[in-house]
Design a protein around this ligand. Structure first.
Ligand code: NAP
Length: 246
């Protein structure tokens, strides 16, 4: 018996890193899993390997989110789990921030999450679980990471509000808060010749003195998605080797 037998899940950004590991874990636990991503080749490869139902869509384009919801609706089983994971950011100090940098961070992380969750709301079954992707950056002052951090602080706030709004439908909303997790997205924050320095620097900040693995976030999302967390809503769950706790 899997923990999610008979359930249907959506993982946005399910083709790499945290999203891929989580989609795989939810499928292993018996869920029928939809994944999304922008790159068709990566989407098809991930969908075949999980296995999952891939729907190409960009969370920063509302019309593509309409199509996403329509495609999921066609299956006729609704959704029991939503992991609004797609997102990311890059570095820019305040003096260097451009309108494009601002829009990229907020369109991907905030608008993308808001409209993903909004578009699938009619599909959510009673008792569904929504998990948002926060970040320890939201609770820290990391130089040149201000817009990303602010966008993730918005996510944590939205998780509280949506938990209150959706409680009548017995829908729970929680935010998983990864510390530095070894993914292509994390390494990609630095140019190739500086990636090891970045990862070493991040590792030194973690009390457990290592980076997290995507599978460790997947385990936390499974907990929040399943009945194991049936009395938990509006919460945040740090999975960060102690980074924002100690
Ligand atoms: N890794 C960390 O240390 C860390 C720490 C804290 C929080 N997080 C958060 O965890 C989430 C996943 O991060 P990750 O490190 O696993 O990233 P990743 O390896 O870069 O994977 C990102 C995934 O999201 C998809 N994606 C990106 N932009 C998208 C868009 N506009 N529309 C649809 N899909 C999109 C990517 O596929 P395509 O490029 O093909 O679209 C890919 O599948 C993000 O929200 C990130 O901010 C990560």
């Amino acid at each position: 018996m899997g923990q999610l037998d008979g359930k249907t899940a959506l993982v946005t950004g399910g083709t790499s890193g945290i999203g891929l590991a989580t989609a795989r874990r939810l499928a292993d636990e018996g869920a029928y899993v939809f994944i999304t991503g922008r790159d068709r080749t990566r989407l098809d490869a991930a969908a075949a390997s999980i296995p999952a139902h891939g729907i190409r869509s960009d969370i920063s384009k509302i019309e593509e989110l309409d199509t996403l919801a329509e495609e999921i609706g066609k299956r006729g089983k609704g959704l029991d789990v939503v992991f609004a994971n797609a997102g990311g950011g890059d570095f820019a100090a305040l003096a260097d921030v451009t309108p494009e940098h601002y829009r990229d961070n907020f369109d991907r992380n905030v608008a993308g999450t808001v409209f993903t969750v909004q578009k699938v709301l009619p599909l959510l079954n009673e008792g569904a679980s929504i998990v948002l992707a926060g970040s320890t950056a939201a609770s820290e002052g990391v130089p040149a990471f201000g817009l990303y951090a602010a966008s993730k602080a918005a996510i944590r706030s939205l998780g509280r509000t949506w938990a209150a709004e959706l409680a009548d439908r017995k829908i729970r909303v929680n935010t998983v808060v990864p510390g530095p997790i070894e993914t292509p997205g994390l390494a990609g924050l630095a140019p190739a010749d500086q990636q090891q320095d970045l990862l070493d620097g991040l590792t030194s900040q973690v009390p457990l003195k290592r980076l997290g693995r995507p599978e460790e976030i997947a385990a936390a999302v499974l907990f929040l998605a399943s009945d194991q967390s049936s009395f938990i809503t509006g919460a945040e769950l740090p999975v960060d080797g102690g980074q924002i706790q100690l």
